[in-house]
Design a binder for this molecule. Structure first.
Ligand code: URA
Length: 208
């Protein structure tokens, strides 16, 4: 199932707070990280485990540890940075691959201006983070880039998703699972998600 809308009460409450027009930069920023953490918890539910024998306080004990691929978190700049600490709070050992995508205002195509991928990314599970999945252009360009670099396991975490973006990513990359706190109604004529959160980058960085 490629789209996972996490309907946990905590996440629904937090997204509700984020929709308030009068929210402060501080509160929006904190909530973006918190919702990022909860999405990470859900998006890592099926990671494989292996057994390990360790020395515990009362002798040998069998414990479990995560096995399989290591993780790289892939924030799409700049708004993706707003979820990064929340994601890393649960997977602190993950390496970070930063990606910068901007829309060319003449061609309206997504253009890459930064591609700082970790070495041997093909051996990692990539978790892309971006608060808003709107048209899907940046997400598709990022997945294209990661696949070109050899990634075979890719997941996307977004705070809010528009049906148009979900459909576009699902069509281009049906193998990528998307985790979101909310599937919203539609895009407006300027490409903003309705009801959405407004401009997530501006709200996280306080630039408006
Ligand atoms: N980017 C945003 O920050 N908000 C939207 O609603 C759509 C794209």
């Amino acid at each position: 199932m490629p789209i996972h809308e996490i309907r946990h009460p905590l996440i629904r409450h937090k997204i509700g707070l984020m929709r308030r027009a009068d929210i402060s930069t501080k509160n929006f920023r904190e909530l973006a990280q918190e919702v990022g953490s909860i999405l990470t918890y859900e998006a890592t539910r099926d990671l494989p485990l292996e057994n390990e024998q360790i020395q515990g306080w009362c002798g040998t004990v069998q414990v479990e540890k995560i096995s399989g691929k290591k993780i790289t978190v892939v924030p799409i700049l700049r708004a993706g940075i707003g979820m990064l600490d929340g994601v890393l709070s649960l997977i602190p050992g993950a390496k970070v691959s930063a990606v910068g995508i901007a829309r060319n205002e003449e061609t309206f195509q997504a253009q890459t201006y930064l591609e700082k991928l970790v070495p041997q990314i093909d051996q990692r599970l990539a978790m892309i983070i971006d608060p808003m999945l709107a048209t899907g252009g940046s997400m598709i360009a990022t997945i294209d880039m990661l696949k070109k670099a050899g990634c075979t396991e890719i997941r996307a975490l977004v705070l809010v998703a528009a049906p148009e973006g979900i459909a576009a990513v699902g069509k281009a990359h049906p193998d990528v699972d998307i985790y979101t706190a909310s599937i919203d109604q539609h895009l407006d004529e300027n490409g903003y998600i309705v009801p959405g959160l407004g401009d997530a980058g501006d709200k996280i960085f306080g630039t408006k």
